[in-house]
Design a protein around this ligand. Structure first.
Ligand code: UT7
Length: 329
């Protein structure tokens, strides 16, 4: 029994931070940011706007395309490392905002690879209960965990949400993206290269403590870069090999949107020409768990992914975590 995507959606908050804005905040330049990352702007939330608010908008779009209502859902899986609250889970807040109850709603945290981990969770649910309807959302508000005094990280991140609705029994639906396979991996030995510590049980705050730099994302960018390229390439090869397919069969490569240079390097190593490599990092920056589902939804909206196309997905993030997936639309 396989999983089928019936609809996708995406949402970014209205407020935009441009590279020029960062020139006023830290010692950086539009030229440095564009040359090193490809990022031109990113969207960030307004005060009070939460992860489940963004997830709600992306979810509604995915449900509309699937021709389903929130009531039809059986499961809500949210991949995030910046939930509204530590508890309840972001998925429970989303359930409430969708106006439903009694579903099975839970979060997973695999940082920027979250959507691929969620796909595997959805496949597991649908293997047990093929008629279930699973809402899978990747959402992050990294602006809430970004140190806007640290130029090495603050220019990179943006906020957003991407969603997909899946079932094991698609019937004769118009949209049908069959998830052919998912391959995941983690290596906790790399945890120091990319982390957010403050406020978690390893770095608890007491009432009255001042929030310091430990509250924010820390990344050894250069090291992460190397492992990200190497790992996404091998994960892509593994998922293709498993299906007896090659990179020539791929119509669109959709990777985690962290850095234009990383995305192009993965495409080049896989011998997939730029015309088959999706890129939207220039508009949104690195949106963590939202980046892959947002890119998938946008690629489909733009007609870059059409019926019959084979999509190769690759993600990489803190943990380290990584995942690849093959989806036939
Ligand atoms: O989403 C999870 C996965 N994350 C990733 O995949 C991100 C991976 N890493 C990257 O994308 C890149 O490593 C970065 C974009 C973070 C950095 O690019 P880089 O080409 O690796 O630059 P670097 O870290 O080697 O820094 C080069 C120089 C340094 O100065 P020195 O030491 O050479 O004098 C930095 O201090 O650039 C400096 N620098 C900046 N200069 C202007 C770092 N950030 C900035 C900045 N503006 N914002």
């Amino acid at each position: 029994m396989t999983a089928h995507i019936l609809g996708t959606g995406r949402f970014v908050p209205e407020k935009v931070l441009t590279n020029k804005d960062f020139e006023r905040m830290v010692e950086t330049s539009d030229e440095w940011i564009v040359t090193r990352t490809g990022i031109k702007e990113r969207h960030v939330v307004a005060p009070g706007q939460t992860a489940s608010d963004l997830a709600l908008q992306a979810s509604r779009q995915a449900l509309d395309e699937a021709g389903l209502t929130p009531d039809d859902l059986s499961h809500i899986i949210v991949a995030t490392c910046t939930p509204d609250t530590f508890t309840p889970a972001c998925a429970c807040h989303l359930e409430r905002k969708l106006g439903i109850s009694g579903k099975i709603a839970f979060d997973i945290n695999a940082a920027c690879s979250g959507f691929t981990f969620g796909l595997e969770q959805a496949r597991a649910v649908l293997a047990l209960h093929p008629h279930s309807k699973v809402l899978l959302v990747g959402v992050d508000i990294l602006s809430s965990r970004t140190n806007y005094e640290d130029r090495t990280t603050c220019v990179l991140f943006g906020d957003g949400a991407g969603a997909a609705v899946l079932t094991g029994a698609p019937g004769e639906r118009e949209v049908d993206g069959e998830v052919l396979d998912v391959i995941l991996g983690t290596d906790g030995n790399y945890s120091e290269l990319l982390h957010i510590k403050g406020g978690a049980s390893g770095w608890p705050y007491k009432a009255g403590d001042t929030v310091g730099p430990e509250n924010f994302i820390v990344m050894e960018g250069r090291e992460v870069y190397k492992v990200a390229v190497r790992t996404m390439e091998s994960a892509c090869r593994a998922v293709l090999d498993g299906q007896g397919l090659t990179t020539d069969d791929v119509d669109m490569l959709i990777t985690h949107q962290a850095n234009q240079r990383i995305i192009e390097a993965v495409g080049k190593k896989l011998n997939i020409d730029n015309g088959r490599v999706f890129m939207n990092v220039h508009k949104y920056g690195n949106t963590s768990a939202a980046s892959v589902p947002m890119a998938l939804a946008e690629a489909r909206e733009e007609g870059r992914v059409k019926k019959g196309d084979l999509v190769l997905v690759a993600a990489f993030g803190g943990g380290f975590t990584w995942g690849s997936a093959l989806i036939r639309f």
